[in-house]
Design a protein around this ligand. Structure first.
Ligand code: NAD
Length: 346
């Protein structure tokens, strides 16, 4: 099977290419250049790929030409401007990438006869946040205040409209997941990235929202859900549906607890410091109810909170000590597969 991953130079994309490659699939990608120090470069992800294209999804013609050139069987659309704070700084690029870019991918797929399934990745932040303490279900209203959340909710609605009205016959589904962590993330403004950077340098870490509760999921658990949904589409099931892929309530943990857990696992003497009140709006708890994925796909998280943190810290510490990033990913992909008694994707 030939997969095209948009956003393969990013964090989830770099793991996904390696995971698909480990399953014996051909993988191509389209994205912008990787960020400095990105996992894509550290793990030499480009070496695993059939076609490794630099295409801006805001450019519809270029996106369509890339799809034609690759002619994949499956498209997984991850490419996005995925940061809340960046979306305040640059709302235009956020909206254009997340909405127009998604339109261009959907449109390009419709014009590419080889495609047998496509998965559009949105986020837990698509739900209208009413500060409920139980998880959101797929049928609940979408919304979003900050430009990132609102643009992803718009991309989600756009995809639902496209499925209902475009006449495109490619089986399409939507996947919504929350905070993911794992080795090699370099996106600014993400807690785990800040923790790893601080503890690698033996420095204290500064927290903005120590009591904010977030769901924490390992990137491999999230990607396993995505691939289980793609497999269902290829089997002729579940087209047109949206699915949540969130961890169980044991992984809804305060930011301060995450910082202290990582400090303990890192065995650092560096401290955890709480900063002054935040200036920007940030959503309260957003938890996903993933029972639909459990019932329809047999998917559930395999790594609990402690294991998720331990795997992430182990990756980061060993990479910091000079271990090869590709080997670390390969090892964890194999270890993850062993937790489910088979392939990491299912
Ligand atoms: N990481 C998380 O915790 C998280 C949580 C919920 C949802 N998501 C979603 O998962 C997806 C991947 O997130 P990530 O954490 O890997 O982000 P990332 O920033 O690491 O990667 C983003 C990727 O998108 C590409 N991209 C950005 N703008 C583009 C453009 N105009 N044209 C082509 N490519 C472009 C980048 O080059 C990069 O490859 C996004 O859709 C994001 O909204 C991530």
């Amino acid at each position: 099977m030939h997969y095209l991953v948009t956003g393969h130079t990013g964090f989830k994309g770099a793991w996904l290419v390696q995971l698909l490659h480990a399953h014996g699939h051909q993988v191509s990608g389209l994205a912008l250049d990787p960020a400095p120090g990105a996992l894509y470069e550290r793990a030499r992800v480009g070496e695993l790929m059939e076609q490794d294209l630099r295409v801006d999804i805001r450019d519809g013609a270029a996106t369509a030409a890339a799809l034609r050139q690759v002619s994949p069987d499956v498209v997984v659309h991850l490419a996005a401007q995925p940061l809340v704070r960046e979306s305040f700084r640059d709302p235009r690029t956020t909206w254009e990438t997340n909405v127009n870019g998604t339109f261009n991918v959907l449109d390009a797929v419709a014009a590419t006869p080889s495609v047998r399934a496509q998965l559009i990745i949105t986020t837990d932040k698509v739900y209208r946040n009413v500060n409920q303490i139980w998880g959101y279900r797929e049928t609940e209203p979408l919304g979003g205040v900050d430009p990132y959340s609102a643009s992803k909710a718009a991309a989600d609605l756009l995809t639902q409209s496209w499925i209902a009205t475009s006449g495109c016959e490619v089986p399409t589904a939507i996947a919504r997941a929350g905070n993911v962590v794992g080795g090699g993330d370099v996106c600014p403004e993400r807690l785990m990235v800040d923790l790893v950077a601080a503890f690698s340098a033996g420095q204290d870490v500064h927290l903005r929202y120590p009591h904010a509760v977030r769901p924490w999921q390992h990137v491999l658990d999230c990607l396993a859900g995505y691939l289980a949904l793609v497999d269902a589409l290829l089997e002729g099931r579940l087209a047109g549906e949206a699915f949540n892929f969130g961890p169980g309530t044991g992984s809804f943990v305060e930011v301060g607890t995450v910082a202290r857990t990582v400090a303990r696992l890192w065995q650092t003497t560096a401290g955890v410091v709480v900063d002054e009140a935040p200036a920007l709006h940030e959503a309260g708890l957003l938890a996903l109810d993933a029972r639909k994925a459990e019932l329809a796909l047999g998917w559930h998280d395999r790594l609990d909170f402690e294991a998720t943190m331990a795997w992430t810290v182990e990756w980061a510490r060993r990479a910091h000590d000079g271990a090869d990033a590709r080997e670390l990913c390969t090892e964890q992909i194999a270890a993850f597969a062993a937790t489910g008694g088979g392939k990491a994707g299912r």
